[in-house]
Design a protein. Structure first.
Length: 286
């Protein structure tokens, strides 16, 4: 029986860590089944991303095109971050991200629910226990690993973001902002769950955001770590730098303010901290 490849083991571990999407690997020779599309094909055909935005506008975005555009960009950016960042933080491995090498599946509700990386190799450090396997590429240190992930993110997301911007009044600055916000969200979630050290994970996440920002002048806002204290100790969260716009779906007045998510940049520091304390104090299975 053939043992699974290093990339498959790496992504399976990331999938077990949880998140909003299931993660998988397919060999580079694989043919995509119905319902899947790789991001190169999505970027090459304007009707694909335009259709995603249209579906979101008619569905969960309440008829608002800016909210729909923000959501589609956040979904694609979050899909890539959710695939690449857990292996980077937990195992110091770099999952390859290329437009033709990432395929997504959309839920009937209009969001991405599954992501597959179509590749055979994974980047590792020289001291990785699998560094001598033929299906790994050894890179020179964590900095090179982080830079490689940043390069991949920018090259893969930029064409999709161009398509979103062509059909929705939501700027690329917001798209890149929501993407790096997700880096902070994943880093602090893994730290809260005990999968990574909080300080080390945030340092690598910050390095990754710096590497993306070096290539994306439109990236003007970034997440900020917020540590809150509850009875069991100090718990890390990430305050977003970019608003997702979902508050627009609520009526104006108190209902709209209540619709701000707990990590929203529109909240005051005090109100946000109070919401995060309340969130962190709820048992996971309550």
């Amino acid at each position: 029986m053939t043992s699974p490849g290093t990339l498959a083991v790496t992504v399976a571990r990331a999938d077990r860590l949880g998140g909003p999407r299931r993660l998988a690997v397919a060999p580079s020779s694989a043919t995509l089944p119905d319902g899947w599309i790789d991001l190169a094909a999505a970027a090459d055909h304007p009707a694909v991303v335009g259709g995603w935005v249209g579906d979101a506008r008619r569905g969960f975005a309440g008829g608002l095109t800016d909210v729909a555009g923000a959501a589609v960009a956040a979904q694609v950016g979050g899909a890539l971050v959710g695939l690449a960042v857990p292996p980077l933080l937990v195992a110091r491995r770099g999952v390859p991200l290329t437009p033709a090498g990432i395929a997504v599946h959309r839920h009937p509700g209009g969001w991405i629910d599954r992501v597959t990386v179509i590749a055979d190799l994974v980047r590792v450090l020289a001291d990785d226990p699998d560094a001598e396997r033929p299906d790994t590429t050894v890179v020179d240190g964590t900095a090179a690993l982080v830079t490689g992930v940043a390069d991949d993110l920018v090259a893969t997301l930029a064409p999709i973001f161009d398509r979103v911007r062509a059909v929705a009044p939501f700027g690329r600055s917001g798209m890149w902002g929501s993407t790096v916000d997700e880096v902070g969200v994943v880093a602090t979630r893994l730290a809260r769950e005990g999968a990574v050290d909080s300080e080390e994970a945030w340092a690598v996440a910050d390095h990754l955001i710096d590497a993306v920002a070096a290539q994306v002048p439109r990236l003007r806002s970034r997440p900020r770590r917020v540590d809150v204290t509850i009875a069991s100790g100090t718990v890390p969260f990430s305050r977003r730098g970019t608003c997702c716009l979902f508050y627009k779906l609520a009526a104006t007045g108190p209902a709209r303010r209540a619709a701000y998510c707990a990590t929203c940049p529109l909240l005051s520091d005090d109100e946000q901290r109070a919401r995060l304390v309340a969130s962190a104090s709820v048992p996971p299975n309550a």
